[in-house]
Design a protein around this ligand. Structure first.
Ligand SMILES: C[S@@+](CC[C@H](N)C(=O)[O-])C[C@H]1O[C@@H](n2cnc3c(N)ncnc32)[C@H](O)[C@@H]1O
Length: 278
């Protein structure tokens, strides 16, 4: 554990030892990220300055952060923020920590060039806010069934000055029939029986993760209710998990979407299913 007034190098190596013992997967990286954020320097400067000494307040804050990380709390919750595309989002245990692969849905929006977007299941607001940030003038309606998520997302919108472009609605879908240029959703898709690393399973909200026995039940339910309510768009993009491409393409087809496509992420995993209206 780093002590009062400790040097940065000693504090880092004590933290790395503690993280290793706790089974943290990336001990050095996590220790460096936490300490550099608390000092307020970039990671490269921290690594380069071997003789850096820590202000006692930083030492204490780092000790607290290390204790939290040893309990396998994710770094993003400890810092209270996560970068996504070009924006920084506040995150806490009410919302899923945005993942880099989810940026593929923002890429789809850029390809499509929509004036109006519906995002279902917004969590921290990552997708809705990145789309608004990158497509000026685009108006986004973002929903979530979790009131905690809507609170976090709305606060992120005002922090980023995007509240004029993004509206939030508590609930799964808009109440009335509506036509958007694009529908995007990263709904829960982890099969209920999957075991997850402690950072995910013990810390992130279960309602953001689990999607029923094969992981596609929430997606199926939302596709059905979009049709029932008359909520439509020429294109829909859904984030999916390993091995779900065929099943989700079938679901899209059975709900009237054609010209379906599955895109893979950088790890080669099926990650986005796209459907179009004929
Ligand atoms: C996997 S998280 C995605 C959060 C965010 N869009 C992101 O990509 O980081 C799924 C979100 O969908 C919400 N959710 C779950 N079921 C839903 C439903 N039927 N309708 C709308 N939102 C739902 C959860 O509360 C959660 O915030």
């Amino acid at each position: 554990m780093p002590g009062k007034g400790a040097g940065a190098t000693d504090a880092l190596s004590a933290a790395i030892d503690a993280f290793n013992a706790a089974g943290v997967e990336t001990p050095r990286l996590d220790a460096e990220i936490l300490l550099s954020e608390l000092i307020g320097v970039d990671r490269a400067s921290l690594i380069a300055d071997r003789d850096m000494t820590l202000d006692p307040a930083v030492s204490r804050a780092f000790s607290e952060a290390v204790k939290r990380r040893i309990r396998r709390e994710p770094v993003a919750y400890i810092l209270g923020s996560k970068g996504f595309r070009h924006i920084d989002l506040h995150v806490d245990q009410r919302v899923l920590i945005p993942r880099p692969e989810t940026e593929m849905l923002v890429d789809l929006a850029l390809e499509t060039g929509p004036a109006t977007v519906l995002e279902v299941g917004t969590g921290s607001g990552a997708i809705a806010l990145a789309v608004a940030d990158e497509i000026p003038g685009c108006s986004v309606l973002a929903t979530d069934i979790s009131d905690g998520a809507i609170e976090v997302a709305a606060a992120n919108a005002s922090r980023l000055g995007l509240e004029g472009q993004v509206r939030f609605k508590l609930g799964s879908l808009p109440d009335d029939p509506a036509r958007f240029d694009l529908i995007l959703a990263n709904l829960p898709y982890v099969p209920d029986s999957d075991s997850l690393p402690p950072e995910v399973g013990q810390w992130e909200p279960a309602g953001a993760l689990f999607g029923g026995p094969d992981g596609t039940e929430v997606i199926a339910d939302v596709l059905g209710r979009l049709n029932e309510r008359g909520i439509d768009a020429p294109v829909i993009g859904l984030e999916i998990g390993t091995g779900q491409g065929t099943r989700v393409e079938e679901l899209l087809a059975s709900h009237g979407w054609s010209d379906t496509e599955v895109r893979h992420d950088l790890a080669g995993i099926e990650r986005v299913a796209i459907g179009r209206r004929p």
